[in-house]
Design a protein around this ligand. Structure first.
Ligand code: PLP
Length: 397
């Protein structure tokens, strides 16, 4: 196998296309799918050396695999970290990142506005193992300051949050967290690695659901954990991943490698379309609110400009009336599909209160603005005029 085709001097878009590529003896152009669970040793002694970490080689695809390794290396170059570990799903990345940081008796502080499953992991699963979980209004720095006044081992946040796009000042929260010894984990799914760089803003660990914009075409699940903390990555995280087994499959890693090649180009178009859809929605009657961090009406418009290079591909709106009107509009879509996924080339609509966030109590949902009136759009790559026309006819249904 030829050495890795990765060069520190390449610019980001070149790394997205070529970073991390390894070629077999067949000199293939396209990255190969190494569909193998195991690897052959020349001798029993070599196998022994491999298991003692005395030889750097592939051992078993639960640990890593050449195609998965290429994806990890390309993501690492994109995020400019010293380590990247891939997982089978975004939730596996969230769970592994936190479970390998925390132990019984530790304290975790999170923002309240989290994706439904992240909320369940932090508020139900981790407390079952003796971790105290304190949730704050992520937009309120005073609350972060108050809660981060005692020893804390981890902070977990999502910014922009799913679905209603609250923004958190990553730099300010990292400063507070580090003072009390906490490591900061940022779920950067809505922003993507193109639009926001949490590590540069002070975060210790970044996680992604690669299922979303990184694949970008609704084909596969995947997750990523990135960090500069080598002790954590090569220590508790590596042990957790190796022994609990949330490994990414080589085929899915290959799809994600292909997704990365066009990520920057797609994000530019997602942002352009989303901005136009958000502006268009503000001209429509029957809506009480349009939420997009790139609109001046967004309460954290200034923070968005400060910590993101663009406002992303997600737009939310609140309908006048209740769940009946929200459902009526969604059922009237002819082009836009109803789906709880996001980050796809196709425009998708979700009603978070009845789907992704239905496990939260009504009180918990209300606290973060996920009411029955909220509809989330993942704006796709279709011609924006077709998306507008579909919204217009559905809103007047
Ligand atoms: C913010 C956020 N984090 C994590 C996840 C989980 O990702 P996955 O579905 O790949 O497990 C999602 C999924 O929608 C998400 O939106």
């Amino acid at each position: 196998m030829s050495p890795k085709e990765s060069n520190k001097e390449w610019r980001p878009q070149t790394n997205l296309v070529r970073g991390g590529t390894i070629r077999s003896e067949f000199a293939e152009t396209n990255e190969a799918i190494f569909s193998t669970s195991g690897y052959i040793y020349n001798s029993a002694q070599q196998a022994q050396r491999a298991f003692k970490n005395q030889e750097d080689r592939y051992i078993y695809s639960r640990f890593t695999n050449p195609t998965v390794g290429m994806f990890e290396e390309r993501m690492r170059l994109l995020e400019k970290t010293s380590s990247c570990r891939a997982t089978a799903t975004g939730m596996a990345a969230v769970w592994a990142s936190l479970a390998s940081l925390l132990k019984s008796g530790d304290r975790l502080v999170t923002s309240k506005a989290l994706f439904g499953s992240c909320h369940v992991v932090c508020s139900e699963f981790l407390p079952k193992f003796g971790v105290e979980c304190v949730m704050v209004d992520g937009t309120d720095l005073n609350e972060w300051e108050r809660v981060l006044s005692k020893p804390t081992q981890a902070v977990f946040m999502e910014t922009p949050s799913n679905p209603q796009m609250d923004l958190i000042d990553i730099k300010a929260v990292c400063l507070l967290a580090h003072k009390v010894g906490a490591k900061v984990v940022v779920d950067n799914v809505f922003a993507t690695p193109i639009l926001q760089k949490p590590i540069e803003l002070g975060a210790d660990i970044v996680v992604y659901s690669a299922t979303k914009h990184i694949d970008g075409q609704g084909r596969t699940m995947g997750g990523v954990i990135l960090t500069n903390d080598i002790e954590y990555s090569n220590g508790s995280l590596l042990q957790f991943l190796r022994h609990t087994g949330p490994a990414l499959s080589p085929f899915n890693a290959w799809i994600l490698l292909k997704g990365l090649e066009t990520l920057e180009l797609r994000m530019a178009q997602h942002c352009k379309n989303a901005r136009e859809i958000a502006k268009f929605l503000t001209t429509q009657s029957g809506l009480s609110e349009v939420i997009y961090p790139g609109l001046k009406s967004h309460p954290q418009y200034e923070l968005c400009k400060k910590q993101m290079s663009d406002a992303g591909g997600m737009v939310c709106f609140k309908v006048e009336g209740g769940i009946k009107r929200a459902f009526k509009i969604m059922n009237a879509f002819k082009l836009i599909n109803i789906s709880n996924n996001l980050g796809d080339a196709k425009t998708l609509a979700t009603h978070p209160a009845s789907t992704t966030h239905q496990r939260l109590s009504q009180r918990e949902r209300n606290e973060v603005g996920i009411t029955d009136r909220l509809v989330r759009l993942s704006v796709g790559l279709e011609d924006v005029e077709d998306i507008k026309e579909d919204l217009e006819q559905a809103l007047s249904a």
